[in-house]
Structures are given as C-alpha cells and as structure tokens.
Design a protein around this ligand. Structure first.
Ligand SMILES: [Fe+2]
Length: 278
C-alpha cells in the first residue's frame, strides 16, 4: 500500500475514513474484465424493464443466491487483494470479524437512463435514494445499480445492525472528474447518529446535521479513488455519490465487515462469510 498500513490505520482512527493503495492490481484487472463483460451484455439486451413488464418482474430482488458477486466473483474472497484488506480491517477491529455483504456496485451514466426513470432520479438534490433496482430487468438486479447515492451513512442499509461495521469500496474504474464524484465527511461518525436525507443540509463546502439541538458542520472531502486504491469508512460516516455525468459506468466492488460480536442486521445470512478470527 502507498499508505503504509500504520498510516492508513492512524487516518481511519482519527477520521473514520481512509484511502489506501494496493500493491498489486491483478485481482482487480480480473474482476474488471468479468464485470465489464456482464455490463456490455446487459447494455446490448437492455438494463431497464418495459412498462408492460410490471408488476411481476419487479418482485425479483437480489439475494445471496442470485448475487453476481457470489456467483462470478467468489474467487475474489480467496485473493491476495482480499487478504490485504482483511489485514487492515483486523487492525481496526482488533477482534474477530466477518464479511457480511459483498456487492458489485455500478453508477450508470445519466445518459443511459430512459426518460421516465431519469425524471424520477434527477435532479439529484430532490432524491432520497438513487437505487435503480425496481426499474431493472431481473438479470441486472444481480448487480447493485445506482443513478447516484445522496448523502447518507451506511447504517441505513442495515437499520437493525449495531452500526459497528466498516464499508470498503474498491473501484474498478477511476472516479475523477464527473465520474460519479464520491464525497465523505471525515469524523462525522463521532456523532454516532443515523440521519435521513432530508435532515442533511449541503452547501459548497460543508455538510450539516442537527443533533440534540446543536448544528454540526462537517467539511466534505472528495475521494478521487483511482484503480488500485480502495476507500474504507465507518458505517456512521456521512458520504454521497453524485451523478455520473461521464459516458461510461463507474464500477466498484463493495465489502462490508462487522465484528463477530456485533449485530449485523442482515436478513439474508447467505451473504455472510467468516473473515478473521482473533
Ligand atoms: Fe453508502
């Protein structure tokens, strides 16, 4: 890693957010080619349901059984890259922990959204979420496909958890320029609170939330993750993915790890894997 593990660890401990560089990209190159192939195939056949497809087709949700990651990228969980990430998380948690969610996350270019779907998800500022799942054909729902992801913390994905987990985002394509800009608010996890999208105020520099009658302002930091780097943040750190105004998708692997002693809030235990035992 460019950041020696101790440096990444120190940064995470003080801010709840860190960017690390992997020493070797081979596993990411392999994962990218597999996801790219699926993406191109979906692009040819169509990502989106037709109006006449509803409502039955809309009931097909991703499960651990249909997950693209677990069927096509399960090898990644045996890779050197995965072990490097687990080693860093072991230093953060300092006790046994598990991988409890693994996904391929894609932010589609705005230009690929059909008109009626685009109307629903733009402008970005008016949206509570950017998950395109209900508009996608079942095959596309094996991936997690977004238009964007407004300000939130990852606790909202697992509301029944103890929020004692970390998210790891591994880009398979770079996130510079207008390519789904990713922002985080270092130290926001210290509030230990979950906020709804309408409780979060945003201006050019700051993200603000009110808690127990006090307004808290956090500087936002752009994470221009490059291929070969990964971001890691605490479940309660505020972050957002802005729309992808580029012409190609922004693809990532996302892993979530939680202490074995904590509640993961998972509804489908098929996603869960033992990661590290102290
Ligand atoms: Fe998130």
């Amino acid at each position: 890693m460019k950041n020696p593990p101790t440096e990444a660890l120190r940064e995470f401990e003080s801010t709840g957010l860190s960017v690390c560089q992997l020493a070797n990209n081979d596993d990411l190159v392999r994962a990218k080619s597999i996801v790219d192939r699926e993406f191109d195939s979906l692009l040819a056949s169509g990502f989106f349901l037709n109006e006449e497809d509803k409502p039955d087709a809309r009931e097909v949700r991703m499960t651990s059984e249909t997950s693209f990651f677990l069927s096509e990228l399960a090898w990644f969980l045996e890779s050197q890259t995965y072990r490097t990430i687990v080693d860093l998380v072991a230093q953060i948690f300092e006790e046994s922990f598990d991988l409890f969610m693994e996904r391929v996350i894609i932010t589609l270019p705005e230009s690929l959204l059909p008109g009626p779907v685009s109307t629903r998800f733009y402008p970005f500022e008016n949206c509570e979420h950017g998950n395109l799942s209900e508009f996608l054909v079942p095959r596309a729902r094996r991936l997690s496909i977004f238009a964007h992801n407004p300000w939130h913390n990852d606790y909202i994905d697992f509301p029944d958890s103890d929020a004692d987990f970390v998210s790891v985002l591994i880009p398979l394509s770079d996130r510079s320029g207008q390519r789904a800009p990713l922002y985080g608010c270092p130290e926001s996890f210290r509030l230990k609170q979950r906020f709804k999208s309408d409780e979060i105020e945003i201006d050019e520099e700051n993200v603000s939330v009110e808690f127990e009658g006090v307004k808290h302002h956090f500087k936002r930091r752009r994470l221009e993750l490059k291929f070969g780097e990964f971001g890691i943040w605490h479940a309660l750190n505020l972050h957002a993915v802005y729309p992808n105004l580029d012409s190609s998708p922004v693809v990532n692997l996302r892993l979530n790890f939680c202490k074995t002693s904590s509640k993961d809030g998972l509804l489908d235990s098929g996603y869960k894997r033992e990661a590290y035992r102290a």
